[in-house]
Design a protein around this ligand. Sequence first.
Ligand code: ATP
Ligand code: LTN
Length: 335
Amino acid sequence: MKITGKKLVLFSGIQPSGNLTLGNYIGALKNWVDLQGKYDCLFSLVDLHTITARQDPKEFHQNCYDALAVYLAVGLDPEKNTIFLQSHVPAHSQLAWVLNCYAYVGELNRMTQFKDKSEKNKDNINVGLFTYPVLMAADILIYQTCLVPVGADQKQHVEIARDIALRFNNLYGEVFTVPEVYHPPLGARIMSLQEPTKKMSKSDDDSNATIFLLDTPDVIANKLKRAVTDSGKDIYFDIKNKPGVTNLLTILAAVTNESVDNLVSEMQGQGYGKLKSAVAERLIEFLRPVQVRYKELRNDQTYLDSVLKRCAKRAVELSQPTLKRVYEVLGFVSW
Ligand code: ATP
Ligand code: LTN
């Protein structure tokens, strides 16, 4: 079942749970920008997922607008894509309930993100955290999505969405498109600057571990100066033996759009200090216009609200045929 005309549907989302990071950009946003136009794209701010961790209501409200302004500032076009808040489209929650009845406790128990987040937030292991992947499956399946561009950490969640879709289709016919995951060829897992064997994350306790897209040039330069590198002094790409250097090369390649091979030969013999300052310089250069656009957009609340309103209307319309079909095949009485 395909619902939006000629192009195939692409869906992805990020939680508006704080400032977006360079990991979010390289693993997700950059690829969305590259893929827009080729697909019929829906980019969501998944605010319902965000409340699986406690949020301060005022901050959360602002974070939603901040993240929307970042989406637009990095180059997502709201005229060509549907950019919206998940909570504005009730069908996500409605389908999630149905899919809860087709997902198994055993498979959800295997989700590594659930295990990690439960470990980190022992005082709030809520049911929403457990069924998080089911809501994510609903986000994807409600639009008959073909492609889901995400970082490597989300692979398992897209796989469960596929499993649920196949399970449902086996019972009721071809109701859902079975989605494919898309990972960027380079940068599907940007690492912490402090522990390069660990993912760079919004919620890292060590503020030097993560670069935020809105960090000032000074802060970026400092974080890179302190970045943990590896033993030795050679510069080459080797995730296993040179995780720190490899991470820096990956970041450099992503923000310059140059190949790793070219960068390696450019940087050869220059030492880790030079590599770090090159990354800082090019990253600051890359982020400068993004931050200028961000400020303009963030100050235009009327415009941001108009984007949300227009796109929510479209997303609500797009979500209806699948929900109707699901209710129909299950035997619900219509009214
Ligand atoms: P948290 O730290 O709270 O778990 P997060 O920074 O991982 O949050 P999400 O909203 O969970 O952010 O992720 C949004 C998107 O960004 C996903 O597609 C995810 O795979 C991608 N992403 C996040 N961090 C990285 C990273 N370090 N490298 C590559 N992709 C990433
Ligand atoms: N769980 C994802 C965010 C997310 C998502 C989605 C991504 C929620 N729903 C649907 C792709 C498709 C994360 O990155 N933490």
